[in-house]
Ligand binder design. Structure first.
Ligand code: ZN
Length: 334
């Protein structure tokens, strides 16, 4: 599938784009899923330049698998367009392939899910998230109680990360902990990524539409991102397998849950080896932080009294720790 999608660059408005679109529609119909092309006009939700509004005619691919007793919709999403400067094997051919393979596995398993599943392969993500914007603006397709599992790439390998979620995130994170075989994530990352606006995926169009979103992406070997080397030869099969395994598990989990139950709180979470995700209520973290603060204050007081430390040294060492973390991060990134 990735070889089929990523033969050449296929940005919106090109003949190659139309070839990829038609191929994907055919592949979904072959899986026996009711598939249509949703035409529309997308508008860039952010602003690259204040005096410019990016717009394009878009064609989203929308496929529906009706649930048996639906309480909401699980969206499997990825974008099928590429940049003009590369064939987009990883970005986002792998995401599209993972979605299609999850659907194939679901159909082959023969189990009907309770909730509706909608495959949404968006158009013109690279030109400003236009397809996702048009989809949300159309106001159709079960946005109430909708959960999106989005697939992206900013590189050509490495672990697949849950790098951003909508908030509150309690039911999203609980589901990841429960079923995702590769729950690579932590709440510091998702909180920082949610706060930054520069680096965007279709998430930025889905979130204002009231959808709950899990934004998965991988970013290893990022030298192959958005250029001619983003071709099928530079796809990491282990990464692709990870993405698919997580998504298949999540679509089954959300497909069987009562999606009317709203998320009530944010979770604090971090990862341990062997795919273990530790998820804690926020108050536990606050209590641990307070206990740490009290312990440090007590220790400082004792050391000062014993004449082994001065206030200057204590604050100096604390500042060193604060500087060390960003320095180390910067060095690794560099
Ligand atoms: Zn992308």
């Amino acid at each position: 599938m990735v070889r089929e999608i990523a033969q050449r660059p296929h940005p919106v408005g090109t003949a190659e784009h139309d070839r990829v679109r038609d191929h994907l529609v055919g592949a979904l119909r072959e899986l026996g899923v009711d598939t249509e092309i949703q035409q529309g006009v997308g508008r860039y939700p952010g602003s690259l330049r204040r005096d410019v509004v990016g717009m394009a005619r878009v064609a989203n691919i929308v496929a529906r698998i009706p649930g048996t007793d639906s309480t909401g919709t699980v969206f499997l999403t990825a974008h099928y367009d590429s940049v003009a400067s590369g064939p987009g094997a990883n970005d986002d051919g792998v995401g599209v392939a993972a979605v299609l393979e999850a659907v194939r596995a679901l159909r082959a398993g023969g189990t009907a899910l309770r909730n509706d599943v909608v495959v949404l392969l968006t158009d013109a993500e690279e030109t400003g998230l236009l397809g996702a914007e048009a989809f949300v603006a159309s106001g159709k397709d079960g946005r109430a109680n909708g959960v999106v599992v989005n697939h992206e790439a900013r590189g050509a390998g490495g672990p697949v990360l849950l790098w951003r979620t909508t908030h509150p995130d309690s039911s999203l994170v609980d589901a990841v902990r429960k079923v995702a075989p590769y729950p690579n994530t932590d709440s510091l990352t998702t909180t920082l990524a949610g706060a930054q606006t520069g680096s965007n995926t279709d998430f930025a169009s889905f979130e204002p539409g009231g959808l709950r979103v899990l934004d998965w992406a991988y970013a290893g070997r990022s030298a192959y991102y958005h250029n001619i080397f983003d071709d099928p030869a530079h796809v990491d099969l282990a990464t692709m397998q990870q993405m698919g395994d997580n998504s298949l598990a999540l679509v089954k989990e959300f497909g069987g849950k009562d999606l009317r139950v709203e998320d009530d709180a944010d979770r604090s979470f971090f990862q341990l080896p062997f795919g273990l995700l530790v998820v804690l209520p926020f108050w536990v973290i606050m209590a641990l932080a307070a206990a740490t603060g009290i312990a440090v204050a007590g220790l400082s007081w004792r050391l000062r009294r014993a004449g082994e430390a001065s206030l200057r040294k204590i604050f100096g060492s604390a500042a060193t720790a604060l500087v060390a973390a960003p320095l180390a991060t910067g060095a690794v990134y560099g």
